[in-house]
Design a protein around this ligand. Structure first.
Ligand code: CA
Length: 230
């Protein structure tokens, strides 16, 4: 499950990120409303955690309205200050699903996040498919042609990230940011090593199947069904 946090108080955003990562969600943070809106529009997130007052051209209310008008239906959890009753009501009317009043406990945040993500329209994202490769993010099972593939925790996280973003070229930096803690110093060639492990398990062990993991030389990697390297 991928969650986008649009929040300019980085202390709050990072605390949310750390709490949700303990539940194995993948988190992106944007502090600026313009960049946040672009990400929410263009990337497949399962949930948006949205602050009301943001730097840039938009408020949280504006972002909610624009997303709903464009048919983006991921759940939105608004973060509001204590006095913002009118804003909160307006946000819910515009299509936000729930709100939390700052300061909130991380346990409450996790509970509400889990409720929002359990709604039926989001169930589809618990099984990711690329060709005949399947990853079930509820059971952590990975299968190709219905055959179980054993992955280490790191390999699993990397594969899940690539599959969430299938048919898009993903840079090594993006992989590092999503698969390792931000405090860990990771060299780009570590990514190559792990891609090598995944290639063996996903592609080389299935020699009669189409290759799924592709290298975009100088850019990064992509998972998808294409005829040759991109
Ligand atoms: Ca703010």
């Amino acid at each position: 499950m991928r969650i986008l946090i649009i929040e300019d108080e980085l202390r709050v955003a990072n605390a949310i990120k750390r709490s949700l990562e303990t539940k194995d969600y993948m988190i992106n943070i944007e502090s600026n409303s313009n960049r946040g809106l672009l990400k929410a529009l263009n990337q497949p997130y399962d949930l948006l955690i949205l602050d009301l007052m943001l730097p840039g051209s938009y408020t949280g209310k504006d972002i909610t309205k624009i997303l709903r008008n464009k048919g983006v239906n991921m759940p939105i959890l608004m973060l509001t200050a204590l006095g913002d009753v009118e804003d909160r009501i307006a946000g819910l009317r515009l299509g936000a699903d729930d709100y939390l009043v700052k300061p909130f406990s991380m346990r409450e945040l996790i509970a509400r996040t889990q409720v929002l993500l359990r709604r039926p329209q989001n169930l589809i994202s618990s099984i990711l498919k690329v060709g005949n490769l399947e990853l079930n993010s509820d059971t952590f099972e990975v299968k190709r042609k219905k055959i179980n593939i054993q992955l280490s925790g790191r390999e699993y996280k990397m594969l899940r990230y690539l599959m969430y973003n299938h048919d898009q070229i993903i840079s090594k930096e993006q992989i590092i940011n999503h698969v390792w803690d931000e405090d860990t110093l990771i060299m780009p060639n570590t990514v190559e090593v792990y891609i090598g492990y995944l290639r063996k398990k996903i592609d080389k062990n299935f020699p009669n199947e189409p290759k799924l993991i592709h290298t975009a030389f100088g850019f990064g990697y992509m998972i998808g069904l294409v005829n040759s390297d991109v």
